[in-house]
Design a protein around this ligand. Structure first.
Ligand code: DC
Length: 654
């Protein structure tokens, strides 16, 4: 009886969240598995917490920054380019800015804004369990299994588990294992965008020193050629070098062996040797007897001076007027070419990006689907493509995610409405009615059960609220029954569902899901719900939904009037005080200040209206099961309801 999603996404990082957002846009339900309670943890710390979200360039511009396998990304990038990334985030309410090197950041400089935008655009069920394996049969994905041994069926699984870097954020290479278990080739992983360990011990003395606006050049001493050169910021650490320019440089270092690569730092890139020599001469001439070690205050950061002086080989206490021309040349050389020898990369878990991964030879570049296992897709860093710094790696994650999601949706997905049609033509629908007084927790219960059983949740109170809203907007008094009835021919109501199954109420085509929740709408809804003409007006809308698909519907008259033949009827109740307390808390969470007494008074009036009206008064249907949750929590109530439903529905089948 279920219409379960057919597509799973494994990993709630940049790529996984973007997959979920794309599937939501396509109206295709999916389930996202993320073992961390939070999404996008690594994304939240990238770019020093600022998140360099893309690079403001065109597709060839991105490809030029991908050292290995650029061709593979052609379709993905053309389908979702840096311009699309920018549009996506700006549309999601995150204004962006472009900095040096076309790096794009949120104007707020807060990576959290990027994470939240993605989080907000996702619209699928999420499961916080660790996926331990992907199941397949005859070369086709059949589902996945999680750490606690639970098996889930899926037709397609998109693996977006990230790389090996930053394991504390959740990147630990699970995705590589899934790929290998299913017979795919995974190329060896090595760090890319990684700090560098230096042979020279002086780095430890300079620990914490940050050099801005230096030029860093890296040479391959074996091949005797430069492999990298750029301006920017770098830092000394106890082990060697790090910082943006060093991380960028690291992506260019292949087949690392100790001593193979040499870093040359130009400490004064803006000054040529001649100008610099003049500057030194004038500094020296200021005070002729000054000791050599005290002559660099204007030129170098204090922390660097002792190391610098010792590297020149010139006696620190030598008076500057005794420094020879040859010695000055050595000083000049050191200013323009401060050398550090690379011993190796820092461990892979300190890398920002991992090189290597699922071999692109075995993936279809037009879909991101495995050529060996149907229904198995990969997106993001788990794939063997990596780029230099500058926002390119995130762009690749987004582009491959969108492509994987689109392709999986086309081949394996069904939209919510397609699912509903299928249910209509091939299956008998299951109808569950939940009635009860306000504040008993009906909507939480119904929504949770709907999610668990993959039924559609129909909140009928929202229909009355929408009519209340219309009447209110027309300036009609709450108790003016004839005026409210006269409105009905002007009203057209419809219920729609987004990819996540959230109900959207449309009043004459306008989405009124927000305004109907305003506190003053409760009384208007209560008033119109006592009018028989209004109830008759809404009857078909509710019954049609129940005919079309398996529903769990909550309200006041569902089991008695709307769906007298419902498969399961639950009357959910709780004591007045408990209900008032809960409602009060809910309102407070929404920022609406009120007191339990006020809520209780308001609730009693509404309860009385609901119970005493002549049409469809609130009362349990004869065959309803009473569930009093005064003394149990919300989750326990859901479990109890599921047991009731399971008992009823399976006994009907047999
Ligand atoms: O559940 P709710 O608070 O959103 O409902 C709004 C009003 O509509 C409430 O006063 C009860 C009434 N109602 C009703 O009479 N019959 C229904 N099936 C659902 C709601």
């Amino acid at each position: 009886m279920k219409t379960a999603p057919r597509i799973a996404i494994v990993g709630g990082g940049a790529a996984g969240m973007m997959c979920a957002a794309k599937l939501k846009e396509l109206g295709v339900p999916a389930v996202l598995f993320e073992r961390n309670p939070k999404f996008g943890r690594k994304l939240g710390i990238t770019g020093k917490g600022r998140c360099n979200v893309t690079n403001d360039t065109d597709v060839p511009g991105v490809l030029a920054n991908v050292p290995g396998n650029p061709r593979f990304l052609y379709s993905a990038l053309n389908g979702f380019s840096p311009a699309d990334t920018k549009a996506f985030f700006e549309k999601a309410g995150v204004p962006l800015k472009t900095e040096r090197g076309n790096r794009v950041f949120p104007i707020s400089d807060r990576a959290a804004d990027i994470v939240n935008a993605l989080r907000g655009a996702m619209g699928c069920e999420t499961v916080h369990e660790r996926v331990t394996g992907i199941l397949s049969e005859d070369g086709k994905v059949t589902g996945l299994v999680t750490g606690n041994g639970k098996k889930y069926s899926f037709d397609a699984v998109i693996v977006a588990t990230g790389g090996l870097s930053y394991p504390t954020t959740g990147s630990d290479g699970d995705g590589y294992r899934f790929a290998e278990d299913l017979g795919l080739t995974v190329t060896p992983r090595s760090p890319s965008l990684c700090p560098l360990v230096a042979e020279e011990g002086f780095c430890a003395d300079l620990m914490g020193l940050s050099l801005k606006n230096v030029e860093v050049r890296v040479t391959d001493t074996q091949k005797k050629k430069d492999v990298f050169s750029d301006f920017g910021e770098m830092m000394f650490t106890h082990f060697g070098l790090t910082g943006p320019v060093i991380l960028s440089a690291s992506a260019h270092l292949d087949k690392m062996t100790p001593g193979r690569y040499a870093v040359h730092i130009d400490l004064k890139p803006a000054l040529d040797e001649k100008t610099l020599d003049k500057r030194i001469l004038s500094d020296f001439s200021e005070e002729k007897n000054r000791q050599f070690r005290n002559a660099f205050g204007g030129l170098l950061p204090a922390k660097l001076i002792p190391v610098f002086v010792s590297l020149t080989g010139i006696r620190p206490d030598k008076p500057v007027n005794e420094v020879t021309k040859a010695e000055r040349a050595a000083v000049l050389r050191l200013l323009k070419d401060f050398p550090v020898t690379v011993k190796g990369f820092r461990p892979i878990d300190e890398a920002i990006v991992t090189r290597g991964g699922v071999s692109v030879k075995e993936l279809n570049p037009g879909t991101m689907e495995s050529k060996k296992v149907a229904g198995l897709y990969f997106a993001g860093e788990v794939v063997d493509v990596d780029a230099y710094t500058g926002g390119f790696n995130l762009q690749i994650a987004f582009s491959t995610a969108v492509l994987a999601a689109k392709s999986a949706a086309e081949k394996y997905g069904k939209t919510v409405s397609e699912e509903k049609n299928m249910t209509e033509t091939t299956k008998k629908t299951v109808n569950i009615a939940i009635d009860g007084p306000s504040g008993a927790g009906k909507s939480f219960l119904a929504r949770s059960v709907a999610k668990r059983l993959h039924y559609v949740y129909v909140d009928t109170g929202a229909l009355y609220r929408a009519i209340g809203l219309y009447v209110y907007r027309k300036g009609i008094a709450k108790d003016d029954i004839p005026a409210a009835i006269a409105c009905l021919p002007e009203i057209s109501l419809s219920l729609e569902y987004d990819g996540e199954g959230t109900q959207i109420v449309k009043l004459n085509g306008e989405d009124v899901s927000g305004p109907i929740r305003l506190p003053e709408m409760s009384m208007y809804a209560s008033a119109v719900s006592a009018i028989p003409e209004v109830r008759a007006f809404l009857l078909d809308t509710q019954r049609d939904m129940a005919k079309k698909c398996s529903v769990i519907m909550d309200g006041r008259d569902i089991g008695t009037v709307i769906l007298p033949d419902a498969d399961v009827k639950i009357f959910l109740t709780a004591s007045d005080e408990v209900r008032a307390q809960r409602r009060c808390l809910e309102l407070k969470e929404k920022g609406i200040e009120t007191t339990v007494e006020e809520v209780l008074a308001d609730m009693r009036i509404r309860d009385e209206n609901d119970r005493s009206r002549s049409v469809a008064p609130l009362k349990p249907a004869d065959d309803a099961i009473l569930l009093d949750n005064s003394d149990i929590g919300a989750e326990e109530t859901v479990e109890a309801a599921l047991r009731i439903i399971e008992g009823k529905v399976s006994s009907q089948k047999s």
